[in-house]
Ligand binder design. Sequence first.
Ligand SMILES: CC(C)(COP(=O)(O)OP(=O)(O)OC[C@H]1O[C@@H](n2cnc3c(N)ncnc32)[C@H](O)[C@@H]1OP(=O)(O)O)[C@@H](O)C(=O)NCCC(=O)NCCS
Length: 165
Amino acid sequence: MSDVTIRPAVASDASGICHVHQRAVRILCRFDYTADQVEGWIGARVPQNYVESMTSGEQLWVAESYGQVVGFAGRKGPEITAVYVDPHYARQGIGQQLLQVVEQSAATGGVPCVYLDASLTAVSFYTNAGYKSVENGTHRLRSGVEIACVRMEKRLMRQRAASGS
Ligand SMILES: CC(C)(COP(=O)(O)OP(=O)(O)OC[C@H]1O[C@@H](n2cnc3c(N)ncnc32)[C@H](O)[C@@H]1OP(=O)(O)O)[C@@H](O)C(=O)NCCC(=O)NCCS
């Protein structure tokens, strides 16, 4: 696997995040959604959107390899808002590493159970990570376009407070 570091995102990562987001959806999701849905999902995204997310209470993390953003993930409270990996780096365990960092942050913050709206493309990925499907649904995107998704959730292990006793 490439040399990958997971770290909290900063504003200067926004264009790298936007690039990965667009490539992941356009390339990896194209077999599960129509071209119109893909463009409604991703076409209008700009780096400033991610800066705004970061300043409105959504935590973002990036996977970085040799100074380049190759994946990112997000969480807002109990909701996992994003896990995306650049297609060139797919199936190398980077998505799993990102998800583990997000879950760890939720557990440390006292969140007992996390949920997400999984794209049809990502259901196997989340199932492999221990998520259970709750119901099939649709996710209404900012653009107004609706895409099929699956609500999934996972109960987290309780984190022990670090103490000497
Ligand atoms: C879903 C996604 C984040 C997975 O990232 P990744 O780095 O490729 O995933 P990993 O390498 O960590 O995969 C871990 C395990 O999940 C499962 N998995 C991942 N992608 C899978 C796929 N396309 N089909 C079936 N199983 C898959 C496998 O069990 C895999 O282990 P293995 O490679 O040893 O078989 C990535 O494919 C992606 O960005 N997809 C498009 C965007 C998207 O739909 N994101 C989710 C929005 S809700």
